[in-house]
Design a protein around this ligand. Structure first.
Ligand code: HSE
Length: 420
């Protein structure tokens, strides 16, 4: 049985969760994982009142952790620049690295994996996507024989927690505060609610699935902050719910990458994952469609993924990073994609308002599948809900602008409908 000496860098929510899980589930981990985990040192800039590390050595300068007699640096400080420096320093000092940090892997993975290869150490990052719900090793190992066509991921636990609570009538801001209290959200929650966290994760999955370098971050990214409770009501009446999805699809010469809110039919698998759950739908040639789902954020789920990396380090020599930094595949042009849209409009309840809206569509030669005027919201203002025919993304911004410019229109927003 291998003895793995680890140094934990960071002492926040995730790190203390890891410490507690190793203590609480020690026998389970040792017998299933065939390893002893020895927490030799913790790098903590300050104490954390929620967790007493008893007699484990504490370093106030996290870089001092690397000088200890350890096999692995577990990087849980978050952020990008210092995390990159810490990981690269650990690698140069011949320490393996385990990290849950998707931002640093997305932004600097190409450099980090190259350095790890040159120094004969491994960098594992299972918890960077979907926390402990298996995603990285599934793509790298279990699906190795498969050609993957498409990954559709619900990859941000905080967004799903907010959306599924809003669906039940909860308010956006108070649900976000609850997600922060539960330890689901990033230190800067704009990463969650503006889609960047999911974008980092789909970028990582895409590179693993299609064996390419990590992509640039200039693909289409949109968050959930403009969605309102009433959108769930109208979406539901038409058989849809609203989720935040991140997509990676292999085309002939390019990869389609995008992360944004969508309407999806309630009958779809991902539509039924609520709260902090994450889910991934993987289209493969040998297995058909594979679904993976589980808790996508929080202390325990993240600890589970980090420990799976430690088990892997102790029992395998294989490098789980199949990211190929030489193979750069161009991103597909988002503006050339085609979507149906849900469009929500608030307009004056006056004769001719429907005609002015439909003529805006006609001018742009965009078809309407359904248009319904709903019950008056307040005196003189009615909501109008439209489902469009499919049209080119490049037409969308201009269409919404033209509708917004109509005198009778007070508010307009749109959400893409995801085809399955
Ligand atoms: N803030 C992230 C989320 C944590 O909500 O999914 C897990 O990566």
């Amino acid at each position: 049985m291998k003895n793995l000496k680890i140094g934990i860098c960071g002492w926040g929510n995730v790190a203390t969760g890891l410490y507690k899980t190793i203590k609480n589930n020690y026998d389970q981990i040792t017998s299933n994982g065939n390893l002893n985990i020895d927490i030799a040192v913790i790098g903590a800039r300050r104490d954390n009142p929620k967790c007493d590390p008893t007699n484990v050595k504490i370093e106030r300068n996290i870089f001092d952790v690397i000088n200890h007699d350890i096999d692995v640096v577990v990087e849980l400080i978050g952020g990008v620049d210092t995390a990159r420096e810490l990981i690269l320093t650990a690698i140069k000092n011949k320490k393996h690295v385990v990290t849950a940090n998707k931002a640093v892997i997305f932004n600097h993975g190409n450099e980090i994996f190259k350095e790890a290869h040159n120094n004969g150490v491994r960098v594992l990052y299972e918890s960077s996507v979907c926390a402990g719900t298996p995603a990285i090793k599934i793509l790298s190992e279990e699906l190795a024989a498969n050609k993957i066509r498409k990954i559709t991921g619900m990859l941000n636990g905080t967004s799903n927690f907010i959306l599924s609570n809003m669906e039940e009538g909860a308010n956006f801001a108070s649900t976000l505060a609850l997600a922060q209290k539960e330890g689901y959200a990033e230190p800067d929650p704009t990463f969650d609610i503006e889609g960047m966290d999911a974008a980092h994760k789909i970028g990582i999955l895409s590179s693993l699935a299609f064996r390419t370098s990590l992509p640039p971050n200039d693909f289409y990214i949109e968050g959930i902050s403009s969605i309102e409770n009433i959108d769930f009501k109208y979406a539901s009446e038409m058989g849809y719910t609203i989720k935040h999805l991140a997509i990676a699809k292999k085309n002939k010469e390019s990869v389609e990458l995008r992360a944004h809110p969508v309407l999806i039919e309630k009958i779809q698998y991902l539509a039924n994952l609520k709260s902090v759950r994450n889910g991934i739908e993987i289209e493969t040639d040998l297995l058909g469609i594979l679904h993976v789902a589980g808790s996508g954020a929080g202390q325990e789920s993240t600890a589970s993924g980090i420990i799976s990396d430690l088990v892997n380090l102790a029992n395998s020599e294989k490098n789980t990073s199949n990211i190929d930094d030489h193979k750069i595949i161009p991103l597909a042009d988002f503006l050339k994609l085609t979507f149906q849209y849900y469009i929500y409009i608030e307009a004056d309840d006056i004769p001719g308002v429907m005609a002015s809206i439909t003529s805006t569509f006609a001018d742009k030669k965009i078809g309407i599948e359904t248009i319904v005027q709903k019950e008056e919201l307040k005196e003189g203002i009615v909501p109008i809900v439209i489902i469009t025919d499919p049209f080119l993304e490049s037409e969308n911004a201009e269409l919404i602008k033209k509708i917004d410019e109509l005198d009778s229109v007070k508010k307009v927003r749109s959400i893409r409908i995801e085809p399955f």
